[in-house]
Structures are given as C-alpha cells and as structure tokens.
Design a protein around this ligand. Structure first.
Ligand code: GLA
Length: 694
C-alpha cells in the first residue's frame, strides 16, 4: 500500500491508512487547505472533493482553509508576531519530502524569516495519523514571538449535527465521560495547570449524534503532551466543524530566536466507522504498537503499601506487608511515600531524597533483598518535581521553585513546584535519581506529581513562559535518560491519581495510576472514561480494603477484584488485617487474573454497556480467547441479570464457556447473548472465559 501520494497537477497530498484516507492541498495562494479526512478515497476520487466554501468577509475561514492558519477570526492554530508589529502568515510553498509514511510539507512566510513544516505520519497497521509542526526562525536578527503554535488543526466533513465526547473530573473522580451536543461557537478544552490535569484530558471524539458503541462514524484526536494544553473546537453555524490543538494554554508566549527551531508535540487523529468502541480499539492498538516503551510486556501484579500504611512506613511493617503480598501472588512490591527525609506527613521532607534511617536503619537494601527474595520486583515512590518548604532542599535553594517577585508562594498539599525548566534543577534531579536506581536494585518508580503550577514565574529569565514547555521537555528527557541507562527500570505515571495520563507520558511510562479513588463502584466510571483512549495494559487498578477508606463503601472482595481485573491488577490494602478466608479468596483471584491477563492487557476491548446500566460489562478478545467481566452494582426489583449480548466474535465460530463447559455459536452469542449467572444481591459480578474452537 502506498502510504503517501503527491498529485502534482492538483497540488494535493493523499495519505492512506488501512481503512481511511486523509488529504491536504495548497490553494492558488499557497495556503495549505484541508481536503479530506474519512473514508478511503483513491487519487481519482480525491481530486473530485469540492473545495470548502470561502467567505468573502474572512480571508482565512478558520480551519476551512488551512491545515494551520495565520490570524483569522476563530481560534488560531498558529499566531506568530514580528518585530515590525505584523502577525500571522502569508504562505509560500517551498517543497515537500515523502519518506515511507512520513510527509513533511515545507512552507514559509512570504516576507518574514519563518519556515513552517507540517508533518504527517501514516502507517500500514493503524488508522491513527500523527501530525506535528516544526517552526524555524531562518533570519539573522530579531526574535519572532509565538502567541500560539498548535500541533495541528483537523476538519470534519459537513454533518447534520455534531456531538462531542470528552472526559472531565477532579481529584478522586478523574475521566468521567461526557457525550453532549456541541454548541455553536467555540468550545475550549484546556489545562492551565502545568500538567495534563484531573479536570480534562487532551482528547476528543466527534460524531453526528448517531454513532453508537459499535457503529457509526467517529472522528477523534489525542495530544501527546503532559503540560498545559488547549483544544479549541469550532462549530460555525453553516460551515464545517473543526478543531485545533496543541501544547500550552492561551496567553503563553514564546520568543523564537534567530536560527531556533520549535517542534510541537504530536496531535494524532483517527477516523473510524465502528462507533466509539472501534475508535477506542484503534487508540489502544496504536498505543500498544507505537507509543509504549515495552508494548509486548505483561504488566506484573503489584502490591503498593500506601493505603495500608500512609506515611507510617518502616522496615518491619514493610517486610510484613511484603510477605503477605508475595503469598497472595504479587509480583512487584512498591514502597510508597514516607521512606526519605523527615517525611512523617505531607508537610515536610519532600526534596530530601535520602533514606530516612530512623525508619530504615540500614537503608533500603534489606527490604529490597527481602522483596527480591520473595520473587517480587521492587518499586519505589518518588515525586522529583516537588519540594516542601520545610525541607533542606528548599532551605538551601529557595530560588529553585516556580515563583514571582513580590508574590506569595502558594502551597498546595504543603508543597511547591520545582522549576524543572532550569537546567541546574533538572541536572540535580537526574543525579539523585540515577544514583538511587544505580545503587539499589530498583525495578520500578512510581513517579508522582501532586500539585498544579501557581505563581509560575522564573525571575531573572527574560522569557518566563518557556517554563511551561521546558518543564515537560526536561521531564521527558530525564525519564528517557534514566530508562536508557537502566533498561530494566519501569515507570508508573501518577499525579495525585490520574492527573498525568496522556500519549506523551505513555511514551515513557509503562502504566498510569488513574485515580487515588480505589472504590470499586467509582472505579467503574473512572475506568470507563480512562479506557476511551488509553489501553487496559496501562490502567493500574488496586484491590484495597473494605469499607473503602475514601468513600466508606463496603463492597465484596470478588466485586473489587473483578473491577480491578479489567486493567493491570494490583493490591493496595492492609493485608495483615484481612481475614484468612479473604486472603485465600484473593490468592485464587490473583492466580485467575494471571491466566486471563494476556487477553485483558493485550486484547481488543468491547464495552458492553456503561457503568450506570443495570448490568455493565467489558469484554476482551485476543486470538481464540475471550474474557468478559460483568457487573451489577445494584439489584433491582429482584429481576435476574438476564442475557448479555457479546461483541467482536466470529458469527460462524463456536465458543466454549470454560466455566460451564457449554459450547455456544458465535452467532447466538452476538444476537442473543449469554445467560449471566450473577450471585444475588448488590455488587454482583462474574468473570466468563470463552475459547473459540477450531
Ligand atoms: C499521591 C498519589 C498516591 C500516593 C500519595 C503519597 O496522592 O496519588 O497514590 O502515592 O501521593 O503521598
């Protein structure tokens, strides 16, 4: 399959993925214009696509014209400002390069020394199209100010109606899926917090209001960036809907110096006709193949001590937990917060990354040896980008934090943000982390980030807004370097729960902690939203104590396990306090998870209902193997659970239910479903395994 074709006579580029096409062109004035994003088109067909309407009162109809516009009347994707007071771009085409699935179209401003290269990458194993933009100041004097530089703008074909899907939330309530009519005008999804955020996540899905879970056209995009971001969606009354997205929130400015290059993160897009489920599976497969550092791996079952011990950690307590965790089948033991400095609570010690010898008198190695002795890997919590004012680090380097002259330094969770954009701060962090990992046998870091930026200044620096970008670049470089130097190291991305989950961090994290909320019922909704774009293979999920320490809700062990088994199963409770019968049941469920884990972590996900439905389920399919996890939170009117229609099966094949031994026709499972045998009462759940017969 030819991935990229240039149709010289028409000044069009046609990009192909296995099931979709994308096309862009140049208008007579060299302005890049959107042509097509959707169903597969041949070269002959794409030439026929009618030009988008062009209104006289708008020289740049935002996103109707242009892959990345200059100043127009909508949210601009690109807004350079020049020393002479001018702004925007008058495009001039220079040349293009095609290398396999990578297309780079090089353009420049007609007058100012600004070169703009639009990048596209398509592959033959995914419908996801990666896009990013590179700017270069080609002059010799005077900076060019960038008031906005998005990665890409995407345009949809005309639709009778438009609906947007996205996630919203907060601490302990991340990734709540919203699906609602898109208002006319502009809708802005954004984070101004310096990180991806709990409140919004940088992806969207758009459809015409009729798409369903497994059918209908959906257009989606996701930004690979872990700092502040903005996606601006525009719905004009008469023209096509489009959106533009990139790093940084509105109002940030960056000055491009002569000779300097500015590269945006990837803003990837995918179109599909198999509904929201199809789009989710496309994102999952893309993440598993092209984003994650070790996609082929199975994530281990971890035990984390946080909910059991809080800050009250010491050698004996952790040894006890490690023994219990190993007995249950845990494969990775993670010592959370409290092991360093004077970290008796969240009020002190952050930044002082020396082992607390009162708690671990001979250092960490005794614990690490014991953990390894139990056959588990060892992981450790760190929060490198933060500092407590009550720490030696802060007392010695009060300038290392984000701050502004004459402004108070607002603490959140009693901590301040280190200015990771500063090369000396980034070097300090690399030095201690590298030493920590080199000197101890640490297999895994839980990398936390517990507060947003405030007073985000950089006194003495002539371009303080750079910190919003360079913080993330330096964070990425640091993790990349640690991973390169310590190839066995695995990383979990955590930010007070799910505040840093995105395709950017997933290129250097093996999994994400989606929420500090471990209540199984709340998790169903959090996981439903998380999984819209990010795969189960990255979704850490612990079984913790009942009643849940956050919500006070009591939920049976089996239901808690079945919810956590839909992702990367972990354990997080006070195991020594669990009754023997529950420990035995838990060990059985951990063992069962290990059997189904390849299917859950690497299979295709089919969502059979939503968490609020009377019965909901998730189904994973990998090769001949099918795993279904079904949940009924609340029993109603004494009605039986009924039948659950499965998805994604081969109609002509037969499937054996490994629980009952019964053999079912795929066609019947698809059309009529499977009788769900749920226990009576609330919080009823079950796990079903099916095998396709030869
Ligand atoms: C954050 C994390 C928790 C835990 C604490 C430790 O809140 O999300 O899982 O690690 O920090 O302080």
């Amino acid at each position: 399959m030819t991935l990229v074709t240039y149709l010289a006579d028409h000044r069009l580029w046609l990009l192909r993925t296995p099931a979709t096409s994308y096309a862009l062109g140049l208008d007579p004035d060299d302005r890049p214009r959107h042509v097509h994003w959707g169903a597969p088109l041949t070269a002959e067909q794409v030439i026929d696509v009618p030009a988008l309407p062009h209104h006289e009162n708008s020289s740049f109809q935002v996103r109707g014209y242009g892959e990345l516009e200059g100043p127009g009347f909508g949210a601009p994707s690109l807004r350079p400002r020049y020393a002479d007071g001018g702004a925007g771009v008058e495009w001039r085409y220079l040349d293009h390069e095609i290398e396999g699935g990578h297309l780079a179209v090089r353009l420049a401003d007609r007058h100012h020394p600004l070169e703009i290269t639009l990048h596209y990458r398509v592959r033959d194993d995914t419908d996801v199209i990666e896009r990013w933009t590179v700017l270069r100041h080609t002059g010799e004097s005077g900076p060019i100010e960038l008031e906005r530089c998005d990665s890409a703008a995407w345009t949809l074909p005309p639709l009778p109606d438009v609906r947007i899907s996205h996630v919203v939330g907060g601490w302990s309530s991340e990734t709540q899926l919203k699906r609602e009519g898109l208002p006319y005008g502009e809708t802005v999804l954004t984070s101004r917090r310096g990180t991806t955020s709990h409140q919004a996540n940088p992806w969207i899905m758009l459809d015409d209001g009729t798409a369903a879970e497994e059918r209908g056209e959906v257009w989606s995009a996701a930004l690979a960036w872990s700092g502040s971001w903005r996606i601006a969606v525009q719905r004009p009354p008469f023209d096509a809907v489009g959106f533009t997205g990139g790093a940084g929130h509105d109002g940030l400015r960056v000055r491009l110096a002569p000779g300097e290059t500015w590269r945006t993160p990837v803003f990837a897009g995918v179109y599909g006709t198999d509904g929201f489920g199809g789009i989710s599976r496309a994102w999952h497969a893309y993440t598993l193949r092209h984003v994650l550092p070790h996609p082929q791996e199975l994530r281990p079952v971890l035990y984390n001590s946080w909910e059991a011990t809080g800050f009250d950690v010491d050698l004996d307590g952790q040894l006890r937990l490690a023994e219990k965790a190993a007995a249950l089948g845990a494969e990775l033991f993670v010592l959370d917060d409290g092991w360093f400095g004077r970290r008796d609570s969240d009020r002190a010690g952050l930044g002082d990354w020396q082992v607390n010898l009162d708690r671990f008198p001979s250092g960490l190695d005794k614990l690490i040896e014991a953990v390894h002795g139990h056959g588990m890997r060892f992981g450790l919590w760190v929060e490198p980008e933060m500092v407590n004012p009550d720490s030696d680090l802060y007392r010695e380097n009060p300038d290392w934090v984000l701050h502004m002259p004459h402004r108070r330094r607002t603490t959140l969770r009693n901590q301040l943000v280190l200015n990771f954009a500063r090369p000396d701060v980034a070097a300090w962090a690399h030095a201690w982390l590298d030493r920590l990992v080199a000197e101890h046998e640490i297999d895994f870091l839980k990398w936390d980030f517990n507060r947003a930026f405030t007073e985000a200044g950089w006194p003495g620096h002539d371009e303080p807004d750079r910190l919003w970008f360079d913080h993330v670049h330096n964070l990425y470089a640091l993790i990349d370097r640690l991973r390169a130097d310590h190839p066995h190291l695995r990383v979990e991305s955590c930010a007070g729960g799910g505040g840093r989950a995105d395709l950017g961090i997933l290129a250097r994290a093996d999994e994400v902690w989606p929420s500090d909320n471990t209540d199984a019922v709340d998790r169903l909704a959090i996981q439903h939203g998380y999984g819209q774009v990010y795969p189960a293979r990255t979704m850490a999920a612990w079984v913790t104590d009942s009643p849940n320490p956050l919500t006070g809700r009591s939920v049976p062990l089996r239901f808690r396990f079945h919810v956590a088994m839909a992702g990367v199963l972990g354990l997080g409770g006070d195991l020594p306090a669990w009754p023997a019968a529950e420990l035995a049941e838990a060990a059985g469920l951990v063992a069962l998870y290990k059997e189904v884990r390849p299917v859950v972590q690497h299979g295709g996900l089919f969502r059979l209902g939503a968490p609020d439905d009377p019965v909901s389920a998730v189904q994973y399919v990998l090769g001949d193997h099918v795993v279904v996890l079904a949940y009924r939170v609340r029993t109603r009117f004494g009605h039986p659970a009924g039948r659950l229609r499965l998805a994604g099966l081969e109609a002509a094949a037969r499937y054996r239910d490994e629980g009952t031994g019964q053999v079912h026709h795929g066609a019947v499972l698809l059309a009529h479903g499977l009788h769900l045998d749920l226990p009576a009462g609330d919080y009823a759940s079950t796990l079903i395994r099916l095998t396709r017969l030869a």
